[in-house]
Design a protein around this ligand. Sequence first.
Ligand code: NDP
Length: 492
Amino acid sequence: MSNLGFRPEDVALPVGHFLAGKLVPGGADIAVTSPGNGRVLAYLPEAGADLVDEAAQTAARVQRESGWASCAPRERAKVLRRWADLVERNAMELARLETVCSTRPIAQTVGWDIPFLAEGIRFFAEYCDKVGGDVAATATNLLGMTVYEPYGVTGAIAPWNFPLVMASWKVVPALAAGNGTVLKPSEMTPFSVVRLAELAVEAGMPAGLFNVVQGTGLATGEAICRHPAIGKLSFTGSTRTGIAVMKAAAESGPKPVTLELGGKSPQLVFDDITSVDDVADRIFRAFTGNAGQVCVTGSRLIVQRGVAEALIAALVARCGQVKALAPWDENATYSPIISEPQADRILALVQGSAHAGAQELVACKRMDTNTGGVFLSPGMMMVQNAECPIWQEEVFGPVLAIQVFDEDDQAFALAEHPVYGLAAGVHTASLPRAMRAIRTLKAGTVWVNRYGRSSDFVIPTGGFGGSGIGKDLGRQAFEANLRLKSVLMAAE
Ligand code: NDP
């Protein structure tokens, strides 16, 4: 990679809401700080209930009157494809906007986030005219049908860890299905999605169909969840906030919700693996990618005794190799922590776990850096019992908790979590073992001999239990943005 580096002060930030196709500046209510250098980038206005109402009413009117829902679906697909092309054409600008206020290094936003975003738009464009209803088996003097229709307006609340990609998983299927939408990004990462919405209008999407409102969860997010014109919600974030979103949806609707929530995902390694080094690479990436600030972070290692010593030694060696570089440095591969309070929370969890008996194999600690950002080094803790906080709680930081097992049944029992069921990884050369793990593990996704999503958008993602309801990606995410109407016609 070369020529990717940039200076944060050279990035022009679109500061404000995006309403009816225009950037709407407002007050200076919220300071947006870059995790890369700890400096304030801009002051953001906060949308209260009035502005959320304006955004929702605008989306509803435009969705009704612009023909977006009533046109031939392939016309919508054309606009979405042009949108994807524009994302690619403006890739460097979007990547910089993403990197400047998030934890995503520039080489990764250029190499992964933006191409993934563009392809995700194309993926959902393909569904526009591919999902129809059914004709029912009725008596021949009747015609029974099911037809899909959009909700009208959907609400989307996105987190800060992959601002563009997470937001797109919510708004793109909603728009492709014929809805208007109101998005609230995290107030920590508010800029790139505004540019994404501008590009949608440039691609030919009716102005006012896709609106972005800025603000905090309690003021702006809650108003979106409770707005009567918003018929469906999609949220990614913590389980605690997901429950609040669902409560608001129940009290103001009820309206359906898609919730992608927390996780404490296990990775099971059996002693028949063919390469310790390959598995170590996978496990290491799975708990240090984005410095562990990923919902599917593989934060619990369950390793069979025969291979434990070698694998742990290989992981310890990798922990010492990460470098703390500012995200806009073209050589950066490791991420800062999103904020000081989040770093304090992670370190407190590590400390509490050490007091509870966990043994620190590698300490997770603040890294020396002159960037001004806060970086935590990868940490590894050996745990003796399942009640230990580092085994139970989502860290959302680069810390791996480890337990060793002897028999397969023990591994499956250790993998169970009382709350979460988001993802799991299985590393084995044995097909019967892999098949048993797939059937036994209580997780929305099971990866075998890999860890992490591929670019196959067709595979849905979402959790069981406290990890959420419904799916992002796949045909299921498109269909979740449609409601089914039953029709029965009689011949006169
Ligand atoms: P939250 O779940 O609190 O926030 C996610 C989004 O929801 C933000 O935009 C937030 O706004 C908004 N929100 C907060 N409260 C409400 C509400 N009552 N109604 C509607 N929207 C609301 O996550 P945090 O960013 O505070 O991170 C805390 C923890 O959540 C992390 O440590 C991690 O464990 C987990 N998390 C999980 C993610 C995932 O990918 N599954 C992503 C991010 C976090 P605001 O920022 O103003 O609070």
